[in-house]
Write a protein that binds this ligand. Structure first.
Ligand code: UQ1
Length: 418
């Protein structure tokens, strides 16, 4: 949507009359960053939803130039520039932009689907549209006991989400006076609480001060619905490979994730099954008429909406540049290079938030939009997250008018103080 909007609304003449087809089987488009707040009981799920047709209509002034095909992709053959759809039909393309997202893999954890479907077990996930509100309900009904929040070691979208909901739940339980008979654990397959040290330091302090017990390098591997037990596996250290069992009274699960089937099986994929692109130009390594962005792209970058916003600008620019070079061989390609920017609004309470922003492909460095230290919990940033960012997403990014905060930074952080 962001790339199509930028092309149609800001680069129409450079499109040279070319048409755009969006292939997406979803009837509704969701602003998924809101689901943490839905799980925390701070927003209704309806507020995260817009019909795809409505979003497409808004940018489709010339009805002939943009079409929405409500089908899923079965396969892509970049050798013959063809996408095969779920109804068996095929479409040919001159240029392809892959923005397919990442797949949640509930079946990778035996017992998880069964546990989610059984309300007596209090197992939930903010990653599923049907369960984000369930999280809020279970948090409100919770009477104390062993509460566990998990994060897998697979690639994931919004890596901060499993700890954000732990902070929101803990805050509610503290306010209700049940904290003394409640154990709160955050158990993650990752080796650190957060990839960037500056923010990891603040988050470690938040966990310490609120008595949230953190266990690293540990994956949830099974749920036993009959006994309300979760089985964990230690991924490194002296106990590597060993499993242990925890009884739980509340369990929030971030499901394992991976690339879509069509991606894994296509010639576009890297070894992990994600679309292989040059991390700076976002162009396919092997096929010059293919670009990818967002969660489906094999990038060494955290998978977030903020990353997509930034990447959409580079994909649009570089795609146009490639098109020009293809139709006029005397044209020199002018690349714009993505710097790996991503952001994670770390909700630590209903009125507190650490706004992590960083870039880079190897060593990650903070790249903050505001002049103040964003590793400090702030109510202003909580307001930005719950009230401003959804507006930016729906009214600007979806219409091609938001490419991340880069253009604002010279006003909001002129001395680049962080
Ligand atoms: C952002 O641009 C973005 O895309 C719309 C998000 O996704 C919801 C974000 O969470 C954030 C933090 C940004 C960055 C924006 C600012 C103003 C720092």
């Amino acid at each position: 949507m962001a790339v199509a909007s930028q092309l149609l609304r800001h680069h129409k003449s450079e499109l040279n009359g070319r048409s755009i087809t969006i292939v997406d089987p979803s009837e509704n488009h969701y602003y998924q960053p809101l689901w943490t707040l839905v799980g925390g009981g701070l927003k209704p799920i309806e507020e995260s939803k817009r019909p795809m047709r409505e979003l497409v209509e808004r940018i489709n002034a010339d009805k002939k130039q943009l079409e929405l095909l409500s089908l899923s992709v079965a396969s892509v053959d970049p050798y013959v520039n063809t996408v095969k759809l779920s109804d068996g039909s095929e479409i040919k393309y001159d240029y392809l932009v892959v923005a397919a997202g990442i797949k949640t893999l509930y079946d990778k954890i035996p017992g998880l689907s069964e546990a989610l479907a059984n309300p007596d077990l209090k197992v939930t996930t903010n990653y599923h549209v049907d369960y984000a509100s369930t999280t809020a309900k279970y948090i409100d009904e919770f009477k104390g006991g062993n509460a566990i929040f998990t994060q897998p070691s697979t690639p994931v979208k919004c890596a901060g989400a499993p700890q954000k909901i732990a902070y929101l739940a803990e805050e509610k339980w503290r306010a209700r006076g049940i904290r003394s008979n409640t154990r709160v654990q955050f158990i993650t397959g990752m080796g650190k609480i957060f990839a960037v040290d500056k923010y990891a330091k603040s988050l470690t302090q938040v966990c310490k001060s609120r008595d949230i017990q953190v266990k690293l390098c540990t994956d949830l591997v099974e749920i036993r619905p009959a006994t309300s037990e979760a089985v964990f596996k230690t991924l490194s250290g002296p106990d590597e490979g060993k499993t242990f069992v925890e009884k739980f009274d509340f369990l929030h699960v971030m499901p394992p994730m991976g690339p879509h089937e069509f991606s894994k099986q296509s010639k576009l994929a890297n070894a992990a099954g994600f679309i292989e692109v040059n991390p700076k130009t976002l162009q396919s390594i092997k096929y010059h008429n293919v670009f990818a962005l967002g969660d489906c792209a094999g990038l060494p970058v955290s998978k977030t909406a903020a990353a997509v916003a930034a990447q959409s600008h580079y994909v649009t620019h570089n795609l146009i540049s490639q098109m020009k070079a293809d139709s006029d061989s005397t044209k020199v390609k002018s690349w714009k290079e993505y710097d790996g920017y991503t952001s994670c609004p770390l909700v630590t309470g209903k009125n507190s938030l650490i706004l992590a922003e960083f870039n880079g492909f190897g060593p990650l460095a903070p790249k903050e939009t505001f002049f103040f230290d964003q590793s400090v919990e702030r109510s202003s940033m909580a307001f930005l997250n719950s009230e401003v960012l959804p507006r930016i997403y729906w009214d600007f990014m979806m219409r091609g008018d938001w490419i991340g905060p880069g253009p604002l930074r010279k006003f909001t952080n002129p001395t680049n103080s962080n």
